[in-house]
Design a protein around this ligand. Structure first.
Ligand code: FAD
Ligand code: A2P
Length: 317
């Protein structure tokens, strides 16, 4: 297997911005107010995902969240052991300048975490609490959280391939808005995976970008609706092979960065495909993997011995 990252020159230095973190913590949270809260999946979707904007006025956190960071939410009440509910993190889906350019507004994208296990229906504490809040309601928040999953300061020097499943698209909405506003000339690819077309979050926005900007590409991988040519499911990682005409030159360029966000486990399939196609620069190999042909790596090896390289940014939950 050849290494596809072989165009001779080296990757530009990735300069990550200095960001504020943990100004407010679970022991010392601050208060904010809901500005808007609406469903952003189609009415017919079995998933309910909401776009929620929080007004930070007076919280001490106005203007400091960067896209890629997360906001902490402290749901009220106690768990079954009588202890206060723990903090949950939600990715910022607004650009660093704030939702609609307002530095006091930060948005996130929240899925009601409800599931049925062995006939019992469980409801997630914080996602349902947040989803039920109305404009004007106050809530306890912490943050900001995260200091690596960010766009570089020298963002104009790179191409971007963003892989998202479900609410994992949240940070990429903000990042892509920021790149577009800056007049980004490099390639921007968003590969978005979800079960049905009704779950294509922020679809209109991304479709418009795809049709108006020749350097922006929006690839929709709907796993339970469309099939690959060989009949298997379309997942974000299958795009690497299915759209190789578009993606191979971009992934093969020395100035491309890969970001992935969404369900825990998605990284393994993406790393497997990147390795199989010879894009080894995005991977940091542990143990003796370097001596083996990537087509022979086992799933266990992929899970435990392949980590993101400095050109890869991963946030899974
Ligand atoms: P919990 O109450 O914590 O329950 C978790 C799950 O277990 C639920 O599905 C619930 O139905 C189920 N459950 C509850 N009790 C049982 C039981 N007894 N047996 C079996 N199952 C049970 N989420 C988003 O929606 N959007 C984001 O942008 C986002 N960003 C994140 C960023 C980061 C860095 C991280 C770490 C997480 C992020 N999350 C995001 C996930 C989020 O933090 C929460 O984990 C998620 O909302 C579930 O929290 P919850 O309190 O609603 O569910
Ligand atoms: P499926 O559930 O059909 O197997 P959501 O968060 O809205 O449920 O979307 C998650 C998406 O990611 C779904 O399309 C889901 O497909 C898909 N998916 C499931 N497992 C993986 C995996 N290991 N790697 C990448 N995508 C996955």
């Amino acid at each position: 297997m050849s290494d596809n990252n072989t165009n001779g020159s080296s990757t530009p230095k990735i300069i990550l911005p200095e960001v504020e973190i943990n100004l407010f913590t679970p022991k010392k949270p601050t208060t904010a107010t809901i500005a808007e809260n609406y469903i952003c999946t189609d009415d017919s979707s079995p998933n309910v995902i909401r776009h929620i904007t929080i007004d930070l006025s007076g919280s001490g956190m106005e203007g400091i969240f960067r896209s890629g960071q997360s906001i902490g939410i402290l749901p009220p009440g106690e768990n079954e052991k009588g202890k206060p509910h723990k903090l949950r993190l939600y990715s910022v889906s607004s650009p660093s300048k704030g939702e609609n350019g307002q530095p006091y507004l930060v948005s996130t994208t929240v899925k009601r975490a409800n599931e049925e296990v062995d006939g019992v229906f469980y409801t997630g504490v914080c996602s349902n609490y947040l989803s039920n809040l109305k404009p004007g309601d106050s809530l306890m928040i912490t943050g900001p959280s995260g200091k690596r999953f960010l766009l570089p300061e020298n963002s104009e020097e790179f191409n971007y391939v963003f892989f998202a499943t479900g609410t994992g698209v949240a940070p990429f909405r903000g990042m892509i808005m920021e790149l577009i506003e800056a007049g980004h000339q490099g390639q921007i690819v968003l590969v978005f995976g979800c079960p049905y077309r009704t779950d294509l979050l922020y679809r209109e926005y991304f479709e418009d970008l795809d049709s108006c900007h020749p350097n922006v590409h929006y690839l929709k991988m709907t796993s339970r609706e469309d099939r690959r040519e060989n009949g298997s499911k379309k997942y974000v990682q299958t795009a690497i092979e299915d759209y190789s005409e578009l993606l191979s030159p971009i992934l093969g360029a020395n100035n491309t960065l890969v970001y992935l966000c969404g369900m825990k486990g998605m990284q393994t399939g993406i790393y497997e495909q990147l390795a199989k196609q010879g894009f080894l620069d995005y991977l940091n190999l542990r143990g003796d993997l370097e001596d083996k042909d990537p087509t022979e790596w086992t799933w266990e090896e992929l899970k435990t011995q392949v980590k993101p390289s400095e050109r890869t940014f991963e946030e899974v939950y």
